[in-house]
Design a protein. Structure first.
Length: 578
């Protein structure tokens, strides 16, 4: 610790001889003293050396690459060397994510080291997610300056970011951002504001998913992602963001491969060949799962399998202000219901506005939605609370209840509550789980029949399920340039949901359960928007043409046709009995 406080290398007073082996050597030695049983390997060494050298370090890699452990070990060692004037902010998406990932790892390492060396600084205040240098009083615990504090950036399902910590001041400030790929758009800006401290470092952690998310922007090479060849070996490059550096731990270059294949994996917690083979066998080597869990590199082509991307929204001005032309405007209300936070879902309500642009085509303006506070109350069911909220909100907004739409999938009791509370005119049920409709996908997407005639392609031919139709309708509204003032947090959920093609070459979005397992969040806000757009379509809104007509091949799959011909031939050769 003394050597680290001296800067790693120094000259004693009156001496011309330099002492010390450098910060990397002494930090690594300190970690070995604090946690003697813990490993060091080329990945952990690379992570530590880059954090020490750089002001901003982005660390990308697959699952089971040790990123969280290595950064947690650095944070504690750094804090214990300068406990009187070091503030370390540990951020993740939610409180649960903090507990399961970086804060949970810090707690474990803190307890291990304190058992060996009780004199180490700091008091663990678990329910506050902090380590305090002083045993501070309850009323000032939130004003922590010296110590480590965990910060959830998603509170109550809403992204709140690091806003209240932007003015955080100390002689030494560290920000360690976990799961940066799921952070909202203001996250990197908050980091830039914290850079005003004299001794500041930021570390961005995550699994690479999308070049346009916060991890992708923080790790972007100086001349852009397209300039970087797909890494096959662990790599380091200079980034555009704050002149930082990115460290890409490539799973197929794991330290476990540094030893003979005949031996058991040296590091059981790191990715190895068995895990890679299991994922590749089940999902395939071109899948998102393979790149996320096994390789851990920024596969730019995978963003094509997102329902929508930030680039699409920006390109088609979805975030810009709406400028109405002459003519009437109509409000469409929508609800995505949830009861008492079931499985982490939120109860979302709000409205969109439909009118005409100065050019004379229909436009949609998205108003920020609200979270309905559903509570456990004696004598009043959650369904009644939702119905009463909708009744009051629509009355204040001047919206007819017949222009209110809600997802009725598995919610029969909600329809009964609407009838009981609202009377004759009730919201319109939209069944997410139903089949895709017979409506045209767009007014410029055609297919050619076997007789050579051209007709508009129907949604039932384009999508496997109605929910896929609803989500992609939002995308087409954006691409047609008909959406304005789209809230960032609503769009963000659309960036996360993936889609694939299934039988008959139909589009199918991933299930909500799969998305929640993969991202740790439910797409309630985007479900709400999809419901509102469906309501607008039912009330006459039309998605305008995207450009020139596009004609797809005849709607008969080659393999299906081959199978049909084979079956016909086989039947023709069968014996018949009379």
């Amino acid at each position: 610790m003394f050597c680290i406080r001296q800067g790693g290398k120094w000259k004693p007073a009156g001496s011309q001889t330099e002492c010390g082996e450098g910060l990397f050597h002494h930090y690594k030695a300190l970690q070995s003293i604090l946690w003697p049983s813990h490993d060091h390997h080329r990945w952990s060494d690379l992570v530590l050396s880059n954090i020490l050298k750089n002001s901003v370090t982005a660390i990308l890699g697959p699952k089971s690459s040790g990123k969280t452990h290595d950064v947690a070990a650095y944070a504690l060692a750094d804090y214990w060397c300068f406990p009187e004037y070091t503030g370390i902010l540990i951020s993740s998406t939610t409180r649960d994510a903090l507990e399961l990932r970086i804060w949970g790892e810090i707690k474990k390492l803190f307890k291990e080291a304190k058992q060996r060396l009780p004199w180490l600084s700091g008091v663990l205040i678990d329910y506050k997610h902090c380590v305090a240098t002083d045993d501070i009083e309850e009323e000032i615990a939130r004003d922590l300056r010296n110590g480590i504090i965990g910060i959830p950036c998603m509170v109550g399902g809403k992204y709140v970011g690091l806003g209240k910590y932007v003015g955080f001041k100390n002689l030494r400030v560290r920000l360690l951002g976990d799961e940066c790929q799921f952070m909202g758009d203001g996250f990197l800006k908050a980091i830039s504001n914290l850079d005003g401290n004299d001794d500041f470092k930021a570390v961005l952690l995550g699994n690479p998913i999308d070049p346009t998310d916060q991890l992708g922007c923080g790790a972007e090479p100086e001349v852009g992602w397209s300039s970087l060849p797909e890494p096959t070996k662990t790599a380091v490059w200079k980034t555009r963001f704050m002149d930082g550096f990115a460290v890409n731990l490539v799973g197929t270059d794991s330290p476990n491969f540094d030893y003979p294949e005949s031996e058991k994996p040296r590091y059981r917690y790191l990715i190895d060949q068995r895990r890679i083979d299991n994922v590749a066998k089940f999902w395939g080597k071109d899948s998102h799962q393979y790149y996320s869990q096994c390789v851990g590199i920024m596969k730019q082509g995978l963003t094509a399998r997102r329902v929508i991307t930030r680039q699409i929204c920006v390109q088609h001005k979805a975030f810009e202000d709406c400028i109405w032309g002459p003519g009437p405007r109509k409000k469409i209300y929508a609800l995505d219901a949830a009861y008492s936070g079931t499985e982490g879902d939120r109860c979302i309500a709000g409205y969109i506005e439909v009118g005409f642009s100065m050019e004379g085509f229909q436009m949609i303006r998205v108003q920020p939605p609200k979270i309905i506070p559903v509570a456990i109350r004696e004598g009043q069911t959650p369904e009644d609370q939702i119905a009463e909220f909708i009744q009051q909100d629509c009355a204040e907004l001047g919206i007819n209840l017949g222009d209110c739409f809600y997802d009725s999938t598995g919610r029969g009791t909600l329809g009964s509550a609407f009838a009981r509370v609202l009377g004759i005119t009730t919201p319109v049920a939209v069944e997410f789980g139903s089949r895709a409709t017979q409506r045209p996908v767009r007014d410029d997407l055609y297919i050619t029949e076997t007789d050579g005639k051209k007709r508009l392609k129907t949604c039932s031919e384009h999508y496997s399920k109605f929910v896929s139709e609803m989500w992609f309708s939002v995308r087409y509204v954006v691409e047609s340039g008909q959406m304005r003032e789209l809230p960032e947090d609503v769009a963000f959920e659309g960036y996360q949901r993936e889609w694939r093609t299934v039988g008959g070459n139909k589009i199918e979005i991933e299930t909500k359960a799969d998305m929640k397992e993969r991202t740790g969040r439910s797409p309630d806000l985007f479900d709400w928007l999809a419901t509102a757009i469906e309501g607008a379509r039912q009330r006459g809104f039309k998605i305008k043409r995207l450009g020139v007509d596009f004609v797809e091949n005849p709607g008969v799959d080659f393999l299906d046709e081959l199978s049909r011909k084979h079956h016909k031939l086989w039947r023709s050769k069968q014996l018949t009995h009379k």
